[in-house]
Structures are given as structure tokens and as C-alpha cells.
Design a protein around this ligand. Structure first.
Ligand code: ATP
Length: 594
């Protein structure tokens, strides 16, 4: 166990319970050490035997940062005994015994092996979040436990963890399994509520931040919860403007949202230099599980952006609304992890009390076709599958009809995966998009479909910061296609690829600069070039640029071939100034020689 970590008392008793029970619920305050310590404890005692320990997290940033932390605590390299697996990134090896992974990844593994035979312990963390994937995993592990006993396979131990879960509901679901309350605690977090209702939470967040900034010593960092990228950008801009005049230590402002590239997300975990203050502006991806050291103050706007779906119209709605009490506790729990801290809630205490204790589970408000397809692929019967909360039956029926119409299943009543459905289930994307990809060869457009579906499956690529609205719209205009937004997206991707190709050519120049040639004066023998060494040569007639008019002013060639005439072979157009930028001395020498 990490020595500086608040100690979980009664470890022996806890171990006994873990040994004794095949399923248990673990409740412990935020920061008490559930996520980082319990899996280590199990591994130290080798309770996993020949199998592995899986620890699921609803969010990839949590899975990655916690695995890195645990590897460091165990003095091992990440990817060795401790690893992580998130979509598009698997940092594990055959030696990995402790694997942190997103719930979505474990669900994907369950399609191939519904008994999860590789694992002897599965820890489902942050159970209160009730993501669709975690909800389905509850059912998968329950069924796997039973079937492994029936088939005389090694037993599967299941531990469900959270700081803020609805214990009765879970206990009922898991056949009255024992509930263990961990007594360890993190540092105290003082909670402050706003005295009056705040009309503008962004404004209130910025005011609170600067009020605290004035008085709090440097290196006491702040974490502000907001609802999305654009809001974060707007608040970041305002903070940076105000910080120019405001008293207090210099500020480093770091955004943290799902669409941010992973490397930029991890910047948040870089230690703040002495004498400065870090302000992290995050969506709810930083709400549970993560520890950002040095966060002393959490500013909670009390809102969240939630996606809901209407079965009748198929319309998805993004709505900003009040977060549940559990979310507010989790947010407060991000302070007080490495020292005492405080949470400033920008809503009143009575507002807090009026809120539901937990958010509506995702499975009740989201399109289900992707999940149902996964269940069928894992050999489960959607109508009998054990769920804590069943989605509305019209939502299930609508999804089955959609899967039938996509050609993934034979019929809505006698549900069997078709050959196409099997392929569709193997893509980690919405079945509507996997159908597009699988149809693309027929329409002879696979390359384009791949690029487009990749873009449609990720975050919005168009970013319109409030203070640069005009500029953003002007730039977007360049890519607009009269055929509509899909082709506009593709235009952006093509321009991006072109930009990468340009970089590749520049990179070639950095090594092959002695193989440059310049077109001779206009008019005389189009396509005639002179090399850096002064040789005259033409573009080879078999080359791609041979008939380009006017010929490129400068080229890079791979070979100077002498047959009856001198030819430049394997040639690309370059910009003459690249040479000056990349190899200035050589460029000057060439110019003098020419
Ligand atoms: N990256 C880190 N840097 C510094 N300390 C850390 C880090 N990660 C964890 N800790 C320490 O370990 C403690 C336990 O963290 P852990 O994530 O295991 O708690 P938890 O009980 O799972 O919390 P939560 O319910 O919020 O997920 C933290 O309170 C903190 O003191």
C-alpha cells in the first residue's frame, strides 16, 4: 500500500471478506483508496491466482491515470504487472495481472468470451455512474459467475465499488450480497453553498475563482466543473483576460474534456511550478475516480450536459441541467485528496437538498441498438437479460426493429444474428455506421466512408470559440461543399491529409536536399531543370509531374538518370523556400553556385 495514503483500517477484516464472498459491495468515501489500493491488496495476497484482476472505469482518462499511479506505487513499469486498456490503446502484456480498463472495453471482451475466463476478479468501480456499459456488465458478471460454477470452471469474484451508490438497489440486484463500508478516509473537505440562487453560473464561477485566487497561497490549485468544450473555452478566455490585472500568483489554465487529445488531457497531471496556481476547467470527466494532486478548491457549478433520446421521434437531445447529489459529492471529493480542501457549490443548500440523489441511469434514456447488438453477439437473450433497471419496452422494440432493418438480425421475435450482424458487432462503433462501412465496397467508396465515419464517430471537429467566432466561420467556409455537411467534413479531412503530405515532403527535403532542382527560366523548354550541382535535366516522361503546366518551380528527385538525355526520376514538387528554412547554409551555397 502507498505509504502516504490515508489508511484503510481493518485491512485484515476486509481481506477476510474478500476471500469469503464471491460478490460484495464496497462503499468508502471519495479518496479513501478504493480504486488504487483494493486491487493492489488483492494482488499482494495473490487472491487472483492464475487469473487477472480487471478494474473497470466509466472514463478513459481515469483508467489511464489510475493505472499509471498504481504502477508507480508498485514500482513497476506501466504495461507490465499493471496495465490499462481503453479504446484504441492497449498498454498490457502477458505479465499483466492488474488491468484497469473502461467498462466499454470489458464489455467488448465479453462478446468474445462471455464467461470472462481470463479474469478471476472483476471490480466494477464507480457503480453509481450507471453507464450503459457498467449496467450490462453487472448482468454479464452475474451470469458468468453462475455458468462458471455450473461448468466447474474457476470461480469469478465480483466487487462493486462506489462512494455514493444506492446500496439497497444494488444489494437486491446482487442477491443480498454483503456490503462492506470502508472506514478509511481522505482529508476533510469543507462544503460551502451559495447563499443566493446564481442566475449565470459561468459568471459566478469566474467571480468565485478570482475571489479565492486573491487570498489562497500559490500552489493551491483549483478545479472548476463546467458542461462542455465551448463553455470551457469561453471561461478560459475570460480567466486569462482577467488574470492580466488580478492580484494573486500567476495562473496556468488547463482545459479537460473528452474531445481533447489524450496528451493534452494529461497536461493536467503535470506538477504546477512553484509560485504558480493551476486552474483546471473540466467537464464531468474529472468528476469521479481521478486524483489531480494539489487540487485544494473545487468550484462546482452544479450543472451537467446530459444526452437524452426520444424513442418516438428518434431525436437525441443535449440538455444542460442540474446534476444529482451523488455527482456533487463526487465533485467535492476531488478536493482533499492530498491535503484538506474545500468545495464551493454555486447553488444553495436547499437547491442541493431538492435534487435527486442519483442521476437517471443511462440505459433508460439512451438509444439501445448498439448495446442490444452486443448482447446478441455475446449469445445473450435481450429479453431475459438481468438488468437493474429495465429500459422502456418501446425503446427495446424500436432498437430491435432498427437492427432488423439494418440486416443485423433475422427477425425481431426470433432473434438471431445474421452474418452481416456478426461483422457489424465486431466494430466498436454504432451499428448504423458499421453498416455504412460494410456497404462502402459495394459503392466503391471505402476510403471516403472510413474517413467520414471516423469523423462522425468522434467529437465535433468544428470548434467555434466565442471570441474568435468570425475567424472560425471564415475558415470553415473554405471547406463547405454544396453537397452538404458530410462532404464538408470529408473536405476537412482531405485538407488535413494534404497538410500531412506537405509535412512529409518537407521531411524528405531535410534529408534529400542535395537532390533538389529548379526550373529554368520561363519559356525555354518547359519542364527543363537544373540541379543543385549544376546539371541540366528534364522530368522523366513516366513521372506524375511530367505534363503539369506550368511546371513546378522547384522539385525534389530520388534519382538523376542518364540515358540519351538526363532525366529526374521519382519527383515531387517542393516550395523553393523550404530549402532556406530547413538547410539555410546549403541553400545559400546553392544560390551562389546557380
Ligand atoms: N495521482 C495521484 N497523485 C497523488 N496522490 C494520489 C494519486 N492517485 C491517488 N492518490 C492518493 O490516493 C488516495 C486514494 O485514491 P483512490 O483513487 O484509490 O480513492 P478512491 O477511494 O477510489 O476515490 P474515488 O471514490 O474518488 O474514486 C487519494 O486520496 C490520494 O491521496
Amino acid at each position: 500500500m502507498g505509504s502516504h495514503i490515508p489508511e484503510i483500517s481493518c485491512l485484515e477484516k476486509l481481506l477476510q471478506e474478500i476471500r469469503k464472498n464471491s460478490t460484495m459491495i464496497l462503499i468508502g468515501e471519495t479518496g479513501c483508496g478504493k480504486t488504487t489500493q483494493i486491487p493492489q491488496l488483492i494482488h499482494e495476497q495473490r487472491l487472483e491466482g492464475k487469473g487477472c484482476i480487471a478494474v473497470t472505469q466509466p472514463r478513459r482518462v481515469a483508467a489511464i491515470t489510475i493505472a499509471i499511479r498504481v504502477a508507480a506505487e508498485m514500482n513497476t513499469e506501466i504495461g507490465n504487472i499493471v496495465g490499462y486498456s481503453v479504446r484504441f490503446e492497449d498498454v498490457t502484456s502477458p505479465r499483466t495481472k492488474l488491468k484497469y480498463l473502461t467498462d466499454g472495453m470489458l464489455l467488448r471482451e465479453a462478446i468474445v468470451d462471455p464467461l470472462l475466463k481470463k479474469y478471476s476478479v472483476v471490480i466494477l468501480d464507480e457503480a453509481h455512474e450507471r453507464t450503459v456499459s457498467t449496467d450490462i456488465l453487472f448482468g454479464i458478471v452475474k451470469l458468468a459467475q453462475k455458468e462458471r460454477i455450473d461448468k466447474n470452471l474457476n470461480p469469478l469474484k465480483v466487487i462493486v465499488m462506489s462512494a455514493t451508490m444506492d446500496v439497497d438497489t444494488f444489494r437486491n440486484y446482487f442477491d443480498n450480497c454483503p456490503v462492506i463500508y470502508l472506514e478509511g478516509r481522505a482529508y476533510p473537505v469543507t462544503i460551502y453553498h451559495s447563499k443566493i440562487k446564481q442566475e449565470d453560473y459561468q459568471y459566478a464561477a469566474v467571480c468565485t475563482l478570482f475571489e479565492l485566487h486573491r487570498t489562497m497561497p500559490a500552489n493551491n490549485d483549483f478545479l472548476v466543473f463546467l458542461t462542455g468544450q465551448e463553455e470551457i473555452e469561453a471561461v478560459m478566455y475570460n480567466i486569462k483576460q482577467i488574470a492580466k490585472e488580478a492580484p494573486g500568483p500567476p495562473l496556468i489554465v488547463c482545459p479537460l474534456y473528452a474531445g481533447l487529445p489524450a496528451a493534452k488531457q494529461l497536461q493536467v497531471w503535470k506538477p504546477t511550478p512553484p509560485g504558480m496556481r493551476k486552474v483546471v476547467l473540466a467537464t464531468n470527466i474529472a468528476e469521479a475516480s481521478v486524483t489531480i494532486p494539489q487540487i485544494k478548491c473545487v468550484i462546482d457549478t452544479g450543472v451537467v450536459k446530459e444526452r437524452t433520446w426520444c424513442t418516438a421521434t428518434g431525436a437525441e437531445r443535449l440538455r444542460v441541467g442540474a446534476c444529482a447529489q451523488a455527482a456533487a459529492w463526487q465533485r467535492a471529493g476531488r478536493a482533499g485528496r492530498t491535503a484538506a480542501g474545500a468545495a464551493y457549490r454555486l447553488f444553495t443548500a436547499s437547491d442541493f437538498r431538492a435534487r435527486p440523489s442519483h442521476a437517471t441511469p443511462e440505459i433508460v434514456r439512451c438509444p439501445l441498438a448498439p448495446t442490444i447488438l452486443l448482447l446478441i453477439a455475446a449469445g445473450m437473450e435481450p429479453s431475459n437479460f438481468p438488468l437493474i433497471d429495465s429500459p422502456p419496452s418501446d425503446s427495446i422494440n424500436a432498437s430491435l426493429t432498427l437492427l432488423k432493418e439494418l440486416g443485423a438480425i433475422d427477425s425481431e421475435t426470433n432473434i438471431k444474428l445474421t452474418a452481416l450482424g456478426k461483422k457489424m458487432a465486431s466494430f466498436p462503433i454504432d451499428p448504423k455506421y458499421s453498416k455504412v462501412l460494410l456497404s462502402a465496397p459495394e459503392f466503391n467508396c471505402l476510403d471516403e466512408a472510413l474517413s467520414l465515419v471516423a469523423m462522425l464517430s468522434s467529437e465535433n471537429i468544428f470548434h467555434t470559440p466565442m471570441h474568435k467566432r468570425e475567424e472560425a466561420l471564415r475558415i470553415k467556409q473554405k471547406f463547405i461543399s454544396p453537397l452538404g455537411d458530410h462532404i464538408t467534413l470529408l473536405n476537412v479531412f482531405k485538407a488535413f491529409s494534404k497538410a500531412v503530405l506537405k509535412k512529409l515532403l518537407k521531411c524528405l527535403v531535410s534529408g534529400l536536399f542535395t537532390n533538389c532542382a529548379w526550373v529554368r527560366g520561363a519559356g525555354q523548354g518547359a519542364g527543363r531543370y537544373v540541379t543543385a550541382a549544376g546539371a541540366a535535366a528534364s522530368l522523366h516522361p513516366g513521372g506524375a509531374l511530367h505534363s503539369t503546366r506550368p511546371p513546378p518551380p522547384a522539385v525534389l528527385y530520388s534519382e538523376l538518370l542518364h540515358t540519351r538525355r538526363a532525366y529526374l526520376v521519382t519527383v515531387s514538387a517542393i516550395q523553393p523556400q523550404w530549402l532556406h528554412q530547413l538547410v539555410p547554409d546549403y541553400a545559400r551555397r546553392c544560390r551562389a553556385n546557380r
